[in-house]
Design a protein around this ligand. Structure first.
Ligand SMILES: *Cc1c(COP(=O)(O)O)cnc(C)c1O
Length: 240
């Protein structure tokens, strides 16, 4: 067994234990393997070990990896979990299956316009700035309802709003880790009460997946615990 295979099984065991502790079924939680800064071979090893959903942070790196692993499609599902600028939306709409990091309407509109008609709708989550000042990405909770209703009203065949995503500030201990995840769950619940059909809470990483599962995560994004420490980001030369 490869070391990625071993670590993947360990993470799955953690997830099962977390679900049992929370009184939830393990089928309710999807494991997203975050492969950013790891090469295509790491994804191949995880795929060989049965992993199907992968998360990428950087658009250009993700696109290159998707192209390098085209032979594994359609068995792979690609999720963009990092910041998305307007000038990259077309490439993302053409290549990814999910975008977790939508935090303004303009981005969602462009994705809806640019999603090719032959592909299924792009699945969207809204990124919420759940820890306030600490993070610069994400919509503020006070601005979330207006954004969620506007995104939900975009053409359903092109994009589909699935839920919320957050990257809480790192915290130590289960109680402190649960707090921001609880707030994200409550925001999703109030949007559901207002009539939006949301089924996804994308929250929980290597260090806090138990806390996230306890608060209702349906998708956890795990990198380090599966692939090991990330190599430093190589500086990218700007395109000519
Ligand atoms: C890197 C990253 C992860 C995974 O983090 P680990 O601590 O390595 O598990 C999850 N979500 C986002 C948005 C990330 O950027």
């Amino acid at each position: 067994m490869s070391s990625i295979d071993t670590k993947l099984q360990e993470v799955k065991a953690r997830l099962v234990t977390a679900c049992i502790t929370a009184g939830r079924s393990a089928e309710e939680v999807t494991l997203l393997a975050v492969s950013k800064l790891h090469g295509p071979d790491a994804v191949r090893a995880a795929h060989a070990a049965g992993q199907r959903a992968f998360g990428e942070n950087y658009v250009q790196e993700g696109l290159e990896k998707i192209a390098a692993l085209a032979d594994l499609r359609p068995g792979l599902e690609w999720h963009l979990i990092g910041p998305l600028q307007s000038n990259k939306t077309r490439a993302v709409a053409e290549a990814f299956d999910w975008v977790h990091s939508v935090d303004r309407l303009r981005i969602a509109q462009r994705l809806a316009e640019q999603r090719p008609a032959h592909l299924p709708p792009l699945q969207l989550c809204l990124q919420v700035n759940i820890s306030g000042e600490a993070s610069k990405s994400g919509v503020l909770p006070a601005e979330l309802p207006a954004l969620a209703h506007a995104v939900a009203a975009l053409p359903a065949g092109r994009v589909r709003l699935r839920g919320l995503m957050a990257i809480p500030e790192p915290a130590t201990g289960l109680a402190a880790q649960r707090e921001p995840h609880r707030r994200l769950r409550e925001l999703a619940e109030s949007l559901r009460a207002a009539g939006l059909a949301l089924d996804t809470l994308s929250m929980g990483m290597s260090d806090d997946l138990e806390a996230a599962v306890a608060e209702g995560a349906t998708m956890v994004r795990v990198g380090t615990a599966i692939f090991g420490a990330r190599p430093a980001a190589a500086p990218r030369s700007p395109k000519p």
